[in-house]
Design a protein around this ligand. Sequence first.
Ligand code: OOG
Ligand code: MG
Length: 262
Amino acid sequence: MKLDKATIDALAEHLESCQLQVRDTTKITDDHPDMDWADAYAIQAAILARKQARGLKLAGLKAGLTSFAKMKQMGVNSPVFGWMTEDYLVPHGGEVKTSELIHPKVEPEIAFVLKKALRGPGCHIGAVLAATDFVLPGIEVIDSRYRDFKFDLKSVIADNTSAARFVVGGQPMAIRGVDLRTVGIVMEKNGQPVAFGAAAAVLGHPATAIAMLANHLGARGQEIPAGTLILSGGITEAVAVAAGDHVTLKVQGMGSTGLRFI
Ligand code: OOG
Ligand code: MG
């Protein structure tokens, strides 16, 4: 770690204030070019601690920048991990107030729900598939606190990987006998298809993203508890949305979920 605790807490407060006051900021590595990966995840953890101190519960975990489309869109080259608290959860078919967000975008994702805990190091696709209860469609609403969504990896990790809202729903699907790689998705905005793909776009197999999350947490002495919901990362580039838009994600064999922006 390169930053002291006071600096980490101050940066956490700064980034959370931007989120709560709906204003953007320059990326934090501009002012702290020597910060390291541990600092970035410590800032992210300090933001979660602030929310939990106010009584908010954890609603799920996420992997991001897990597809080449997303890495290319954001100009970075490795996955990142974050969390969602209960206030990020939008009910299936529910509304998102754009007045609470800076510049939201939506991403089509496969959500995993575990029946058994996963602990790295050494976690692999096989362990993830054995521990998965079911998968279902998920739309993540990302809203980077950085101006124009311009960031480097350390800055976006500190900003909890741009997490803002999410919806899951549709038809939960058990994965036994299913090849998740060839599961097709279509995301529609206002009835028009705006993104298409197959789940293999996420690291060759979306379960890889869950294994990487387990290994990331394992390196910190943490596990993914049984029952956890995890977003495995955008399959395509993220699509900008505005008030008045409605978005639907259809996933082969899993029905659809959606939400509206007001
Ligand atoms: C970072 C978060 C990316 C995903 O699914 O790839 C992410 C960003 O692009 O702002 O959640
Ligand atoms: Mg995402």
